[in-house]
Design a protein around this ligand. Structure first.
Ligand code: NAD
Length: 473
């Protein structure tokens, strides 16, 4: 697959789709329906800025209605455009199918550089964006549910929830209109870290398979694996944190201002503190090498490269200089189709975005369920489980004459908190999905990469939904 001369991210996603579709048995009309973006809403609205006005460009794309609601983040970026939002919406459809989250894919975009706006202006933009979505029925707990993406977070999700609520008084499930909300506004424990945690779990799962590590010349397990992470935002910083927790060594970090490297490892916390104080990762005392051009950071020696910033970072222009054996796509679309082909041809392994970063939408699904049920996870059963476990331990102690220590007792008795349940559901989803994808790959000797296998799996599941609706025989 060649690099797209017109730099269309949506075409890149479609070319990955077309490549995988040849390994499925579905009629071309059905494949066309799965691939197409169902609804593309482009709009503009004015905001007051300084003494005048500014017109803001924005989008919401619902890629697939084979399941309702549709789901996907809102990107705040001056580079955002219709093609990018369509591509990201399509990836959401496939992502949800892969991790068995019952949503269609969607995505939103607001074309602004957040650094150029005050908090009050960002609030005006976000609230007005939400009003526009409400007017056209592009938001609602059963319609389309946004979430954070590049440039947005809990704060923006609160504004969206509040605006939607104000416009829909008395709607019982209205808080399920958006996920990624703060806990105080009925968000869920663990959502903020979920995408990064999921990325780290996906990498751990991948490197634990000895049979797959052998051809890469790597030993199984994350212990001591050298990792470079691009992007220290929500996804990148959390992925790095959990990878370190799982035993990996972060040797390189890249941000838009530059990159730093130390083959013996970088202290993530100290780097983050240094960046907070100075506004840059450059000049960090623990770095042996530093690069003013952040792209050079990607090309340094490591086992695993984790692009967690934006799309199109690894292309035919730099793929031959990438030294990593594994690329774990924490960002959406970081590797162009040609670069991916060349990397796999030289024996590399790619953990594809639509699986690798699916932890965010998985926990967003849990948050949506919590909002619909109006009760937090663990609230009904935590105390009940503790009492039942306590009775059981008391009985076993009495029958055996063996007494547990206080620590042992509390470990055995303890009921699960919301955070523990969320993390457990996330881990189960990431582990299970990885082996499902690997199974599809290993069961068809024409498929030689995980992305194609993931697409085949997604296409088959979405096709079944359409068939069950009676749309296709
Ligand atoms: P974010 O805004 O929190 O962080 C992105 C970071 O990347 C920023 O710190 C930015 O300065 C940095 N960056 C930008 N350009 C760079 C460059 N050229 N080199 C190095 N660093 C650069 O965004 P995020 O939420 O962490 O999202 C990152 C990626 O993960 C996006 O592709 C997004 O679509 C994807 N993603 C996010 C979520 C989520 O839950 N937030 C879920 C799934 C996928």
């Amino acid at each position: 697959m060649a690099d797209n001369a017109n730099q269309s991210f949506f075409n890149d996603v479609c070319s990955f789709f077309d490549h995988a579709a040849q390994y499925t048995q579905h009629p071309s009309g059905l494949l066309d329906q799965i691939k197409a973006c169902n609804s593309v809403y482009r709009f503009r609205f004015p905001i007051r800025k300084g003494d005048g006005f500014e017109v803001i460009d924005a989008w919401r794309v619902e890629h697939s209605h084979h399941m309702s609601p549709t789901k996907g983040g809102i990107r705040y970026s001056e580079m955002v455009n219709e093609d990018e939002v369509m591509a990201l919406a399509a990836l959401m459809t496939y992502k949800c199918a892969i991790v068995n989250v019952p949503f269609g894919g969607a995505k939103g975009g607001i074309k602004i550089n957040t650094k150029n706006y005050t908090i009050a202006e960002l609030e005006t933009i976000t609230r007005r964006y939400t009003v526009e979505l409400v007017k056209k029925n592009f938001i609602g707990p059963a319609i389309d549910v946004p979430a954070p993406d590049y440039g947005s977070g809990e704060r923006e999700m609160s504004w969206i929830a509040d605006t939607y609520n104000t416009m829909n008084p008395g709607q019982l499930d209205s808080l399920g209109c958006v996920t990624g909300k703060p806990i105080s506004l009925h968000g869920i424990m663990g959502r903020k870290e979920a995408t990064g945690r999921g990325v780290a779990i996906s990498i751990r799962e991948c490197v634990d398979v000895a049979e797959d590590m052998k051809p890469l010349g790597l030993t199984p397990g994350l212990d001591g694996k050298r990792v470079i992470v691009q992007g220290l935002g929500n996804v990148g910083s959390n992925a790095a944190k959990f990878l370190i927790e799982f035993g990996a060594t972060v040797v390189g970090l890249c941000e838009y201002e530059g990159a730093i490297y130390n083959e013996d490892g970088l202290d993530l916390k100290e780097v983050m503190e240094h960046r907070k104080e100075t506004g840059s990762i450059l000049g960090f005392g623990g770095a042996r090498l530093q690069f003013a051009n952040p792209a050079e950071g990607l090309e340094q020696d490591c086992d695993i490269l984790v692009p967690a910033a934006l799309e199109n970072q690894i292309t035919s222009a730099n793929i031959d200089r990438i030294q990593a054996k594994i690329i774990a796509e924490a960002a959406n679309g970081p590797t162009s189709p040609e670069a991916a082909d060349r990397f796999i041809a030289k024996g590399g392994l790619i953990i594809p975005d639509m699986y690798c970063n699916a932890g965010g939408v998985t926990v967003s699904y849990f948050e949506w369920l919590k909002n619909l049920s109006h009760v937090s996870f663990g609230r009904m059963d935590k105390r009940y489980d503790e009492t039942a476990n306590k009775n059981l331990v008391n009985l076993v102690e009495k029958l055996t004459g063996v007494s547990l220590s206080t620590e042992q007792r509390s470990l055995v008795i303890r009921g699960a908190s919301e955070l523990e349940l969320v993390n457990s559901g996330l881990e189960e989803t990431m582990i299970h999905s990885y082996h499902d994808i690997r199974h599809v790959k290993n069961n068809d000797n024409r498929i030689n990469d995980l992305r194609t296998a993931a697409f085949v799996m997604a296409i088959n599941k979405i096709a079944v939904s359409y068939m069950n609706m009676g749309i296709w025989p």
